[in-house]
Design a protein around this ligand. Structure first.
Ligand code: UD1
Length: 375
């Protein structure tokens, strides 16, 4: 028998790094305080994201320990990418069997690693369980459903997640409401950049909106992208837009006339993907955020910055009821009207306090792990 408990914590894509950073920080603080507890925590990077700015930069910004290994899966179709994750992670699990695998979020790596683990009878803990958009055309919804169905421990970030999981027949004993680890990272890193964001200053901007866009349903086909692009053209006349471009979106920006036209507009500023610290700093000072990301809907709620979500649905409805988020879809008229409304100085909406979005979710996870692993 091993003299210690081995924990593998998996991350593969950009939003995963923000989440494992918080858990890793809480685990390390606990282990420093309790030297008698024999846990070995190893970070496994699947390599789903591999560009420096999408991956390594996040490890540096968030002080995440160097991964024990990188599976180097890279890009591919959903089937090919997931298959590589399964195959390579299984090989690793067979070399040394961990006592627990922690997966986070809803990317292909999350699902692939949870499947490989349960097939070998290794317990899985899923952080950010129970979120549902109820839209099965969204790749992440499938990843969420599968991961939650096979996980042994489901750590949830908000109250509606509990209801979703219970409705799917998951036993209440498996569900632990711990709060939002993404908010842990946000709160602990926000103070690391001060003053007005240099990204905006370098562009000569005093006020600005931020745009992020990468969902396949928005950027893979020109007809889906069109309405959003037309709205952005109108909005940039009112407020300059800073747009850190995701590699997936860079393709449509170059390939289509409307993308190239947008890139040439005077108040539409494209940048490379930003590091975590620069991005949250920019977010904090933004007048408006336009996004199709999941995590940014939560971050803007905590920062109390108006957010327009360029999607027809969200797996994070709590950001609509308690946050600053508005679902605006991808039709030009609706997006532009919502933008002008929230930019009106008379517009007032403050986020309400969200339970357990308090910077302590990582600590709560560690407390549950003590019971699971016995410490
Ligand atoms: C993935 C996640 C999505 C998450 C997003 C954050 C899935 C199904 N999707 O989407 O939930 O919100 O990450 O960014 O897991 N590419 C690069 N360099 C990289 C990574 C990707 O150039 O470092 C390009 C590749 O051409 C690739 C494309 O971007 O084909 C998409 O990458 P992929 O990991 O498949 O999905 P994302 O769109 O990034």
């Amino acid at each position: 028998m091993k003299p210690f408990k081995l924990i593998y914590m998996v991350a593969g894509a950009r939003p995963n790094y923000v989440k494992i950073a918080a858990i890793s920080r809480a685990l390390n603080a606990f282990l420093r305080k309790h030297p008698g507890v024999q846990w070995k925590v190893r970070i496994i990077n699947t390599g789903q994201h591999y560009d420096y700015l999408m991956s390594k930069k996040f490890f540096q910004d968030l002080n995440i320990p160097v991964p024990y290994c990188d599976l180097g899966v890279g890009s591919g179709t959903h089937g090919a990418q997931t298959a590589l994750v399964l195959e390579r992670f299984e090989k690793l699990l067979l070399q040394k069997r961990p006592d627990l695998v922690i997966v986070v979020g809803d990317v292909n790596s999350t699902m692939g690693c949870s499947l490989a683990s349960v097939k070998l009878g290794i317990p899985v803990a899923h952080v950010e369980a129970g979120l549902r958009s109820f839209d099965r055309t969204m790749p992440e919804e499938i990843n969420r459903l599968v991961t939650d169905a096979v996980s042994d421990y489901l750590f949830t970030s908000c109250e509606d997640a509990w209801t979703n999981l219970r409705r799917e027949g998951i036993s209440r004993n498996k569900i632990f409401f711990v709060g939002n680890v993404m908010v842990d990272s946000l709160l602990s890193n926000l103070g690391k950049r001060t003053g007005f964001p240099s990204v905006a200053r370098d562009l000569g901007l005093k006020k600005y909106a931020i745009l992020t866009l990468h969902r396949p349903s928005n950027v893979d086909r020109e007809e889906d992208f069109r309405g959003i692009a037309l709205a952005l053209e109108k909005i940039q006349q009112k407020i300059p837009i800073i747009f850190p471009v995701h590699p997936r979106t860079a393709k449509i920006m170059k390939k289509t006339l409307i993308g190239r036209k947008l890139a040439d507009l005077p108040h539409f500023h494209l940048t490379r993907p930003l590091g975590y610290l620069d991005f949250i700093h920019l977010l904090k000072h933004a007048r408006l955020v336009l996004t199709d990301s999941g995590g940014i809907q939560e971050e803007t709620a905590v920062l109390n910055v108006p957010c327009l979500t360029l999607r027809e649905n969200t797996e994070r409805p709590i950001t609509l009821t308690h946050g600053t988020n508005y679902l605006v879809g991808r039709r030009c008229g609706k997006i532009a009207a919502a933008a002008f409304k929230v930019l009106d100085p008379r517009h007032k909406r403050r986020a309400k306090r969200l339970r357990y979005w308090d910077g302590k979710a990582g600590e709560r996870i560690v407390q549950v792990l003590r019971t699971i692993l016995g410490a």
